[in-house]
Design a protein. Structure first.
Length: 267
């Protein structure tokens, strides 16, 4: 059983919704990423989504784009991100870590090498934004043979036929993008989110996570009522950006923010 599946089963047993924070590896400096990861878990995160820095992140708004730019100033590569996961695993063997990013770094390293290294260091999932199910068949097979879950995005504009195809390819959970557009934009329509999640659940028994546009405890709690996981990215990265010149303070800040979200979701 994968760590992601085990985590969701434990959450269901405890009648809890997963909290999944996103940060970009190496932002604001690679020396601080692992301590930030631990702080997120201490604050109540159930699964970590670790962004692989990329120069042209098409799904990400300005906040997360800037976080990639800060990381890339330190030449943070996919190899470096794997090393961060390995370091994290020295103290934490239970919290799943998903690598979120784009095809280019994977292509450069090579799919076989990526899967082998990911399994060695303790990566639990890949969310590769620009790798649709049709193009991911071989990579999916390699990941699943290594007990690593391929996670896919479902858009608000996805047809039912498309949803069915995506759900057939995914394991671990599926990630519903709550908004049209990029990360960190607009206001959430909880009613519309519920309707789409109900449609998704017709085609899969996998947990459904929701992200894009969750900014605070109120929006997190609202989404938690209709989903299996709440994904928080831009709001968290924004708090880190404010402290980019004081990186030693970031761990405390993100732990406090996670605690606020955890409390709001659990209520």
């Amino acid at each position: 059983m994968s760590r992601i599946k085990q985590t969701f089963e434990e959450l269901v047993t405890n009648n809890k919704t997963a909290l999944i924070p996103f940060i970009t590896a190496g932002d604001p400096h690679p020396d601080h990423t692992v301590s930030i990861m631990h702080a997120l878990v201490e604050g109540g995160a159930d699964i970590l989504e670790l962004g692989v820095p990329f120069s042209d992140p098409m799904a990400d708004g300005p906040v997360i784009q800037h976080s990639s730019e800060r990381a890339l100033k330190h030449n943070v590569s996919l190899t470096d991100v794997m090393a961060m996961v390995k370091q994290f695993r020295k103290e934490n063997q239970s919290t799943p870590v998903i690598l979120m990013g784009y095809c280019n770094p994977i292509e450069i390293m090579g799919y076989d090498k990526v899967v082998k290294r990911a399994a060695e260091v303790g990566v639990d999932g890949f969310l590769t934004v620009d790798l649709p199910p049709e193009e991911a068949v071989s990579f999916n097979e390699q990941l699943q043979s290594a007990n690593i879950d391929p996670v896919f995005l479902i858009a608000p504009t996805s047809t039912e036929e498309r949803i069915e195809k995506i759900c057939r390819s995914a394991t671990g959970f599926v990630y519903y993008v709550a908004l049209k557009g990029v990360t960190g934009s607009s206001e959430l329509d909880t009613t519309g989110i519920k309707e789409k999640i109900d449609l998704i659940r017709k085609h899969t028994d996998l947990p459904v996570g929701v992200g894009f546009g969750i900014k605070d405890g109120e929006s997190a709690a609202s989404v938690a009522k209709v989903s299996d996981a709440v994904v928080v990215g831009s709001a968290l990265v924004s708090k880190m950006e404010v402290l980019k010149e004081q990186p030693d303070k970031i761990a405390d800040e993100v732990q406090h923010f996670m605690s606020e979200l955890r409390s709001a979701i659990d209520k």
